[in-house]
Design a binder for this molecule. Structure first.
Ligand code: ATP
Length: 246
């Protein structure tokens, strides 16, 4: 929506006990955009998403400074369910679904604490099944029996059941075959085209640069590079260090 401030992270510091995982990270996701965060393993990408979604405490992490806001309202210090209620939903790393529950039950779980009433939830369900028809075909199967790609679809679909204005995606194509990764990428584009802002963590740099308008590169808890993805893709540093192109 016009005038919405989007997501703003400023000078965020996060610690796991003595481990300083984020050391003053600032970034913005303008409303309606896709922004990517790149970086090697351990750079702090997942930690950043946990801090935004309020799930840090479940991993024994704590915010040591800085602020997070969404649309001008403070998110820092807000509980995970309250963050979802404010319109920001994380799709966890490792396409985590409730393996023993059916596809349908997983989707219903995603609607718990969602914004809006029954009608809104039914509409969200229709939208999710429209985006991922395979989830309708497998509605009564246990989620643990789905393929890796289908589980990722379900993880995204479950998050969408909360009708988020902003989606936090943690390595959605990790471990997927190229064709499936491309399908997930197309869906992320579609979700964004329908109005949801996206903060995307991706180890597939080429894919991330093709989806996002802007990207940040994290290195040991700090932003070392930022820019429009077109500039980054053309720049020597990203090509050499992250795309493996000399
Ligand atoms: P990956 O791609 O491997 O998930 P990442 O960029 O997401 O990497 P984080 O998982 O955010 O990085 O980790 C950042 C730093 O914090 C690393 O040094 C990691 O070892 C440490 N860390 C992450 N989670 C915890 C935890 N629960 N307890 C202690 N240290 C942690």
């Amino acid at each position: 929506p016009p005038g919405h401030a989007g997501l703003a992270v400023s000078e965020l510091a996060v610690n796991y006990g003595p481990v300083r995982a984020l050391r003053g990270v600032s970034l913005r996701v303008p409303p309606g955009s896709i922004v990517a965060v790149l970086g090697a393993n351990g750079a702090g990408k997942t930690t950043l998403l946990r801090a935004i979604s309020g799930t840090l405490r479940f991993h024994r992490g704590s915010v040591g400074g800085g602020a997070i806001s969404w649309g001008g309202t403070r998110l820092s210090g807000v509980s995970a369910p309250a963050v979802v209620a404010r319109g920001v939903t994380q799709v966890p790393e490792g396409r985590r679904v409730f393996a023993r529950m059916t596809v349908e039950e997983n989707l219903r779980a995603g609607a718990l604490g969602a914004r809006g009433g029954k009608k809104a939830v039914a509409a969200a369900r229709e939208e999710v099944l429209g985006l991922f028809p395979v989830l309708a075909e497998r509605a009564h199967q246990r989620a643990g029996l789905l393929s890796g790609g289908e589980q990722q679809m379900l993880a995204i679909g479950r998050a969408l059941m909360a009708r988020p204005a902003m989606l936090l995606l943690d390595e959605p194509t990790l471990g997927l075959a190229p064709l499936m990764a491309a399908r997930i990428a197309e869906t992320i584009k579609e979700i964004n085209a329908r109005g949801t802002s996206v903060l995307l963590i991706e180890q597939n740099v080429a894919l991330a640069l093709s989806l996002a308008s802007h990207a940040y590169v994290l290195e040991v808890g700090e932003v070392v590079l930022y820019g429009p993805t077109a500039d980054l893709a053309a720049g020597d540093e990203v090509r050499r260090r992250y795309l493996g192109i000399a």
